[in-house]
Design a protein around this ligand. Structure first.
Ligand SMILES: Nc1nc2c(c(=O)[nH]1)N[C@H]1C(S)=C(S)[C@@H](COP(=O)(O)OP(=O)(O)OC[C@H]3O[C@@H](n4cnc5c(=O)[nH]c(N)nc54)[C@H](O)[C@@H]3O)O[C@H]1N2
Ligand SMILES: Nc1nc2c(c(=O)[nH]1)N[C@H]1C(S)=C(S)[C@@H](COP(=O)(O)OP(=O)(O)OC[C@H]3O[C@@H](n4cnc5c(=O)[nH]c(N)nc54)[C@H](O)[C@@H]3O)O[C@H]1N2
Ligand code: SF4
Ligand SMILES: [Mo]
Length: 862
């Protein structure tokens, strides 16, 4: 076996180090890197199962022009020619790039340089606009520069951690495990502020299920309390006139606005006031709001005014989503920033222009994502290049975005997979190197720069993104400025720019004046730039002081007559965004097999929605269909749906259609968490499922279909109105065994090939269907006599939905074992079943099961 390669996880902004060992043609063994500062050897369920996503299924392996395979030469010439021509005819602002926090720093750097320094427009925006831009705007307003003044070490040194709008247990699991470890080690208190009772909230000392969008009121109320307690120190701060007047509020008013019990709020007030070592970690519940920037500044105000910044264990901590969200900020990937933490101030434009030897520097900010796609729809942008993101799914009002793409005269897409919802609209598709094949750097949430390294060879004709962009730039006539031969060349330039004419005004400075040699770059170990920012009380503002920014609670979303509910959208533990990669892993698919709409039982009863039935969720922008999951963790009047399903993996299960294309005025970040909506039952004529060895493409044209990967094939959940017999045409050839009961509306078919199960289809009018677990295991096996009954011969033992993806342990197995073997804690479950002993991502869920079991026992006793 080959030696392990030290690299970094493909997914979230925690930025865990990985040891990847090649074990075959396209197979990897994945382990956590014990020496990496972000994870010290741990990995969550997504990182652990990265090896299941590096196969070539669905990969884009050759450049395509239309549907035709083309040589790189031809494809690159075409892209360069069309961009040049469009610029010549309509000016530089008639073209745009839409890029991603999933590019490496080196890729990002060259894309940004090409657009802003040579094409001469700043129409390059990134999906980070949808993700981090309110944090960027908030940091810049308060500190004068976009600096995250925290590190993971602060989590070990804090006595109180506030998680605001963050489902850390699912979205940043290794950070969550670190917080849990600190709780054990030093009794750190944990408070979660989230309208939903998430698994993150379950384990907290205090959960405040605030009214959506009331974060400013909460933070202002908390700051007002601290001031009353004499905890505010204005030294070293710029405090605008009238700042404190706007904060004139008390516990009762705040509790009413936030809709939380005053005693709970009081507990937060007292805890915070008594705990100088507090870290406030926040993510999309704060950023993805029409008042996202103000919400960020409300948090920053609180930390600045109470001195909870610049010291170990005390900091506001904007945790980033994508693996290289931070690297993107460092290279100026947003339309509103320039490289190396500069902006469009004339002296910055001049400086970057000088450094690049730029032919035509952009002199003002470009279009932000939502405006950019609007401009595409209005044909003001006539050539668009999309890299490493899937806007046809992930933009708000995504139907409009698709129309815009369809109307655009020239769309280029660089991606690792061939068919995405976005690729349908691309005139040219360029095959990019994927994780495991590419080489460069990423920066995680706490400013730690790590190397991603190739462990697999480039498949087909795939090429790294930096190479693709540089090739186009050369062909557009800028060969000298883009003459990079390797990522290390770009890295050195990036380092030099960070230090260029920087006498300490810009805190973003990378070490290594002369740059690293190629050999040094090859072995570069993870390092954090910036030390402990603001430890000396100095800020990169003109006055050298940080600013308190007056922020007022915006008017809360009223309940509209036709759209009386609030739609919240977010993530599942084991899926990543549009599932182009996690969707390949059967293990990851099992945690949540379908897109659910979670809602409170009062709403369900009132609206006639039954747990497990289907429902249509509508907003003024569109409609999608979900499986109803009644949840005690939802506030009445609020719905939660996942963002992961696309037209590749569902019919009618796409969430991106629903949110409004409205933005925060400062950052341009869409308010994904808070859309007026309604919900109604959807009663199909039949429902069923299909398990097959081949993935169906396209999906069956039914009212509702969702697809997930299972070992050796796919599972489709189906529901429809027409005659289910049409589904028969989807079945593969082979010997059929069939059972039909027209009176009960039940139809079951199995297809055998050489006596082995190739597919099973089970349909019912309104009766129950057997569990999928056992049938999935029958794929490729000899047909059991009970096959069509959907269960093993002999007594049935159901496993239930998978909770532990590493050891395949299901919910029913767990609840049985907890009751029968009287398992009293998560460790005992681990000893009995293995669950929770590998990656640990399911530990919060296991904890919840123990609590539920205790509650059942208590209730039975009472
Ligand atoms: N498993 C998994 N992990 C991921 C990702 C993934 O796709 N899957 N994506 C990564 C990316 S790019 C990102 S950006 C991060 C996102 O990570 P998170 O921000 O943790 O994830 P979300 O589920 O988008 O939303 C977080 C929480 O905000 C809450 N919220 C909604 N409205 C409000 C409000 O008004 N106030 C407050 N205080 N809270 C509110 C929601 O109920 C939700 O629980 O995750 C990263 N990690
Ligand atoms: N309703 C709603 N919408 C949201 C959000 C929400 O909470 N609610 N969250 C928003 C947030 S925070 C984010 S970050 C976005 C994420 O949304 P997207 O960025 O659209 O989601 P991904 O599925 O990660 O898309 C990444 C694409 O890049 C491809 N890819 C992977 N690696 C590479 C590579 O190395 N090179 C190239 N060229 N391509 C690659 C993948 O195959 C995939 O097609 O969604 C946003 N949209
Ligand atoms: S927490 Fe999980 S998804 Fe995030 S970087 Fe670490 S292993 Fe990867
Ligand atoms: Mo994100």
């Amino acid at each position: 076996m080959a030696d392990p390669v030290r690299t970094t996880c493909a997914y979230c902004g925690v930025g865990c180090g990985i040891l990847a060992t090649r074990t075959g043609e396209r197979t990897l063994e994945i382990r956590g890197d014990p020496d990496h500062p972000a994870n010290a050897g741990r990995l969550c369920s997504k990182g652990t199962h990265l090896g299941e996503t590096v196969g070539l299924e669905g990969r884009l392996l050759h450049p395509l022009i239309g549907r035709r395979r083309a040589s790189w030469n031809k494809a690159l010439d075409l892209v360069a020619r069309r961009f040049r021509r469009t610029i010549a005819e309509h000016g530089p602002n008639s073209v745009a790039f839409y890029v991603s926090g999933q590019l490496l720093t080196e890729d990002y750097y060259v894309a940004n340089k090409l657009m802003k320094g040579f094409i001469g427009s700043a129409n390059i925006d990134t999906n980070s606009r949808l993700c981090m831009s309110s944090a960027v705007a908030g940091h810049t307003r308060a500190f004068g520069e976009d600096i995250v003044p925290a590190s993971y070490d602060d989590l070990d040194a804090a006595d109180l951690i506030l998680l605001v709008g963050s489902n850390t247990a699912w979205c940043h699991p290794i950070v969550y495990q670190r917080i849990m470890a600190a709780r054990v080690a030093r009794g750190t208190k944990l408070v979660v502020i989230d309208p939903r009772r998430t698994e993150t909230a379950e384990e907290a000392d205090l959960h405040l299920a605030i009214r959506p969008g009331s974060d400013v009121a909460l933070m202002n109320g908390l700051l007002a309390h601290c001031r009353r307690e004499g905890l505010v120190d204005e030294r070293g701060l710029d405090v605008p006139e009238g700042f404190w007047d706007a904060l004139d509020t008390d516990l009762w008013t705040t509790a009413r606005t936030c809709d939380v019990p005053p005693p709970d709020l009081n507990r937060l007030f007292e805890l915070f006031a008594a705990t100088p070592h507090t870290v406030t970690l926040f993510s999309q519940g704060v950023n993805q709001s029409l008042a996202g920037t103000d919400q960020v500044n409300a948090i920053l105000n609180l930390h600045l005014a109470t001195g909870r910044i610049g010291k170990p264990g005390a900091a506001p901590f904007s945790i980033t989503g994508q693996p290289n969200a931070m690297g993107g900020r460092e290279v100026g990937g947003l339309a509103t920033t320039l490289a190396a933490h500069m902006d469009f101030a004339p002296e910055h434009v001049a400086r970057v222009g000088r450094f690049w030897g730029a032919e035509r520097m952009a002199t003002r900010a470009g279009l932000k994502a939502v405006d950019l796609f609007r401009a595409v729809g209005e044909r003001r942008i006539k050539a668009l290049w999309i890299m490493a993101t899937n806007p046809a799914v992930s933009m708000p009002d995504a139907a409009q975005v698709r129309e815009a793409l369809a109307a655009c005269p020239f769309v280029v897409m660089s991606d690792v997979v061939a068919d995405t919802d976005t690729s349908l609209h691309a005139h040219v598709r360029l095959p990019a190197a994927a994780w495991g094949e590419k080489d460069g750097t990423v920066t995680n949430s706490d400013r730690t720069v790590s190397r991603q390294r190739a462990v697999l060879p480039l498949p087909g004709e795939a090429r790294p993104d930096w190479w693709i962009v540089s090739e186009v730039a050369r062909r557009m006539g800028w060969a000298d400025a883009f003459s990079y031969d390797r990522p290390a060349d770009i890295w050195r330039e990036h380092v030099r720019l960070s230090r260029y004419e920087n006498g300490g005004e810009r805190l973003f400075t990378l070490p290594g004046e002369a740059g690293r040699s190629n050999d040094d770059y090859a072995v570069m170990a993870p390092f954090r730039w910036g030390g402990t920012p603001f430890a000396d009380g100095h800020y990169p503002t003109p006055s050298g002081r940080a600013r308190l920014v007056p922020v007022r609670q915006a008017r809360l979303q009223p309940s509209l007559r036709n759209w009386p509910l609030t739609l919240n959208t977010g993530r599942y533990r084991d899926h990543w965004h549009t599932m182009t990669r996690t969707g390949l892993s059967p293990k990851l698919a099992r945690h949540r097999e379908e897109p659910l709409v979670e809602l409170h039982s009062d709403d369900a009863t009132r609206l006639g929605l039954v747990d497990g039935s289907l429902a249509r969720v509508g907003t003024p922008q569109g409609e999608s269909v979900y499986r109803v999951a009644i949840s005690a963790g939802q506030r009445p009047g609020e719905l939660f749906v996942p963002i992961h399903w696309t037209d590749r993996t569902s019919t009618a299960g796409r969430t991106g259609l629903l949110p409004r294309p409205l933005n925060d005025p400062h950052s341009g970040q869409p308010g994904f968490k808070n859309t007026p909506a309604r919900i109604e039952p959807l009663v199909p004529a039949w429902h069923g499922f299909l398990i097959g060895r081949d993935a169906l493409q396209p999906l069956p044209n039914t009212l509702w279909a969702t697809r997930i990967a299972v070992p050796g094939g796919s599972l489709f959940e189906l529901a429809g109105d027409g005659d289910p017999a049409t589904l028969g045409t989807l079945l593969p050839r082979g010997d059929r065994i069939e059972a039909r009961d027209d009176a009960r509306g039940s139809w079951r078919v199995a297809v055998l090939q050489s006596g082995r199960v190739a597919a099973v289809l089970l349909v019912s009018r309104d009766g129950p269907l057997p569990s999928r677990e056992w049938l999935i295991e029958q794929l490729g096996q000899e047909a059991a006599p009970t096959l069509l009954a959907g269960r093993a011969p002999g007594p049935a033992v159901e496993r239930g939905p998978i909770v532990c993806a590493c050891f395949n342990v299901g919910l029913l197995t767990l609840t049985r074992a907890i009751a029968d073997q009287r398992l009293a804690d998560v460790a005992a479950i681990g000893r009995a079943l293995g669950a929770g002993t590998n990656c640990g991502s399911c530990r919060p869920a296991l904890g919840r099961l123990i609590t539920q079991a205790e509650e059942t026992v208590d209730a039975a006793r009472a």
